[in-house]
Design a binder for this molecule. Structure first.
Ligand code: HEC
Length: 159
């Protein structure tokens, strides 16, 4: 008789962990960008690593498109590099110059200076513009989204 409550508890635990695990995964895969826009406290490790300051802006479309980049890039001065370098102050700089970030040889050797024209080319097709780049991102093709994103980057990556 004693084993019954124990078994019931075990079953509960198993069910709980299965549903928790499944729920969390879904969250990470599908809702990540939205997550960053909310001001709620998140305690999971994954979210803490991703959550950072994504500056507010009147440019709502630009900020929304930037959520695609935010998993890999901070923009606020002093924040750490993520998978990609912190983009603070990058406009007007030579590509591949951020300290403490290990770039691909391809990007460093391409000799790009970041301007509205070069960033547009990069955004349209990163791997096409710089074959061998480490930036695993398909790009942003719609001109309207590019315009908004570039305006947002100009606004929020200034020192
Ligand atoms: C999956 C992660 C990832 C995503 C998403 C991503 N990037 Fe990157 N980005 C990188 C990496 C990694 C590099 C370094 C590339 C290299 O060394 O070849 C990089 C480099 C860059 C650079 C060059 C920085 C420099 O110092 O020269 C710019 C600009 C940039 N990304 C902008 C963006 C923008 C804008 C978006 C969103 C539209 C974006 N990235 C999305 C990972 C990412």
């Amino acid at each position: 008789m004693k084993t019954l409550p124990f078994l019931a508890a075990l079953l509960c635990l198993t069910l709980l962990s299965v549903s928790c695990g499944g729920g969390e995964k879904k969250n990470q895969e599908e809702v990540k960008p939205e997550f960053n826009t909310k001001k709620t406290e998140n305690t999971s490790k994954e979210t803490t690593a991703v959550a950072s300051t994504i500056p507010q802006s009147e440019n709502k479309l630009g900020r929304r498109v930037f959520l695609l980049c935010a998993a890999c890039h901070n923009v606020v001065k002093g924040e750490p590099h993520k998978v990609g370098p912190n983009l603070n102050g990058f406009l007007g700089q030579k590509a591949g110059m951020k300290e403490d970030f290990v770039y691909s040889e391809a990007l460093k050797n391409k000799g790009i200076v970041w301007s509205e024209e070069t960033i547009r080319e990069w955004l349209t097709n990163p791997a096409g513009y710089v074959p061998g780049t480490k930036m695993a991102f398909v790009g942003v093709q719609k001109k309207e989204q590019q315009d908004a994103l570039i305006a947002y980057l100009k606004e929020v990556t200034q020192d």
